[in-house]
Design a protein around this ligand. Structure first.
Ligand code: PHE
Length: 518
């Protein structure tokens, strides 16, 4: 029995869900640290170029494809050509098993810290608290050393929430959750930004470290070859960040767009998603720099010594700064960790949806049962990241998945859409629906974006071959990084070989019918 495909109740609901997927932990802790490392305000230039050259064009691909083919990513690709189904599976498999398994654990950490905020349990040595007391980090990635019960329990809670939200169809589940969560997220962010910038020492950090531009860091034409190669890495980092932050290359946006009604302005939706997401990152940067500046100021240390990247920013630097606040420390802590939990959760549900929708499309099993099975399997898989070696494992998995898995997915996507389906076919489909996409888009999708992505893969490969990532031993990198990617690939391949029901491969609408809609 083929089930009727659900649809969004409103375009606003769709936009909030898509923006919810895009805005995640990466916007808060990844973007600002990157900006700091890569030339402050000058980083905005490669970031915006990456948004125009890769982010927006691929967003249009994903929205356009999902809308045209009305299917999850494997169904959309198989409808273009049977040969490319494997890519259609690769993306949601990587989303689910490559990212969501550890992303859920990080949201679990945030839940723990949310409760710690009530009595500032992290004390004065927040670094020691995070690594030794909270994570009880083992000595190496190979030493798993048992599950941390508090982290495991919070991770279970995250999966239960995802299950509750995704269980029902899109308009009663994800759309409803996004309509409730996203305004709360925006409100929390605005409160925290205003609060942070009003602290003593904040404006110094914002003007001298965040917005201050060091142009030499992005100068690809510098005379000195070392400066040039460093600038190349900055540009590559900007492209990587754009991909990650817009949740591209996971099949998520394809899936979300497949629930859109026929008459929808795809181009406009793509631009709004990109702009709101990137503006959010820029705004969140003020909160991060404000509070770190305040901390540096009150401890009398240079800003450079106070700021840290990645998880340490949220779980070491922020707790320290929160404890130092002159008043209402508990309130700040509670709001900050609540903001992280909501940002993470609205991204997490999109990762589960991309995979669950792909399975329902192929097997025609009832959605509720699929979501239940996916969440149970997901929770069991996450347990490996709740062990005492969890931080190492997620660091390695994240490095390989984002630098290779994601970029490779996006690259193949551009090639298939640009050359096999033909870029102009998708562009005309999107343009007929409202916002007209200029023919320059074809050039970007066929030549420029793939070239940049190949360069990105090359840079990552050269860096990884020259030196082991973060100094991990080679066998661990191969086992947990390359091995992880291989497992995803084998799973994607296995799912590809399951035969489709023939009626699934027929489109409900012929795309040409769209002509009649305008
Ligand atoms: N875009 C999210 C962020 O910036 C991360 C994410 C990636 C979420 C992929 C879902 C899918 O944190």
């Amino acid at each position: 029995m083929s089930q009727q495909r659900s649809s969004w109740k409103s375009n606003m609901g769709f936009l909030l869900a898509a923006i919810g997927s895009a805005i995640g932990l990466g916007n808060i802790w990844r973007f600002s640290y990157m900006a700091h490392q890569h030339g402050g305000g000058a980083f905005l230039v490669p970031y915006l170029v990456a948004l125009i050259v890769a982010g927006a064009p691929i967003m249009i691909i994903e929205y356009g494809l999902g809308h045209r083919e009305k299917g999850s990513s494997p169904l959309s690709f198989v409808r273009i050509n049977r040969k490319f189904e494997c890519l259609g599976w690769w993306m949601p498999v990587v989303a689910m098993f490559g990212i969501m398994l550890y992303y859920s654990v990080i949201i679990g950490w945030c839940i723990n810290y949310f409760f710690y905020s009530f009595n500032l349990s992290w004390g004065t040595d927040t670094q020691g608290f995070f690594f030794n007391q909270f994570l009880q980090l083992s000595d190496s990635a190979a030493e798993l050393g048992g599950i941390r019960i508090s982290i495991g329990a919070a991770t279970l809670f995250v999966w239960v929430l995802c299950w509750l939200i995704c269980y029902r169809d899109i308009r009663h589940g994800i759309e409803k959750a996004s309509v409730i969560f996203m305004p709360i997220l925006f409100l929390l962010t605005i409160i925290l930004v205003l609060w942070s910038i009003s602290l003593e020492g904040a404006s110094d950090a914002i003007f001298n470290h965040y917005l201050h531009a060091d142009w030499s860091k992005i100068n690809l034409f510098a005379a000195d070859p070392v400066v040039r190669s460093e600038a190349g890495k900055v540009w590559a980092a900007a492209f990587g960040q754009i991909f990650f932050t817009l949740s591209l290359g996971f099949g998520i946006m394809i899936t979300y767009a497949s629930y859109l009604p026929r008459k929808t302005d795809i181009g406009k939706n793509a631009f709004i998603t990109c702009l709101v997401n990137c503006f959010y990152s820029f705004l969140a940067g003020f909160a991060v720099f404000g509070i770190v500046g305040f901390m540096a100021h009150s401890q009398g240390v240079p800003f450079e010594d106070a700021i840290k990247g990645g998880p340490q920013l949220a779980f070491v630097v922020y707790p320290q700064a929160i404890s130092l606040l002159p008043g209402m420390n508990v309130l700040f802590g509670v709001l900050f960790f609540l903001m992280l939990i909501i940002a993470g959760l609205t991204s997490g549900i999109s990762l589960v949806e991309a995979f669950a929708c792909a399975i329902t499309d192929k097997f025609d099993w009832p959605r509720g049962k699929v979501v239940t099975a996916v969440c149970v399997a997901g929770f069991c898989g996450s347990l490996v990241f709740t062990t005492r070696a969890g931080l190492y494992l997620l660091d390695i998995a994240d490095h390989f998945i984002t630098n290779y898995g994601l970029v490779a997915g996006g690259l193949l996507e551009c090639i298939i859409i640009g050359w096999i389906l033909k870029a102009s076919v998708l562009r005309k489909h999107v343009s007929r629906l409202g916002t007209v996409i200029p023919p320059l888009w074809d050039v970007l999708v066929k030549f420029i974006t793939p070239a940049v992505l190949i360069y990105l893969l090359y840079l990552s490969l050269v860096a990884d071959l020259a030196e082991n990532y973060s100094g991990y031993p080679t066998d661990q990198l191969i086992l947990f990084g390359v091995g992880w990617l291989l497992v995803c690939f084998v799973l994607a391949l296995a799912l590809t070989f399951v035969p489709w029901k023939p009626e699934k491969l027929q489109r409900r609408h012929q795309p040409e019918e769209d002509d009649l809609l305008v």
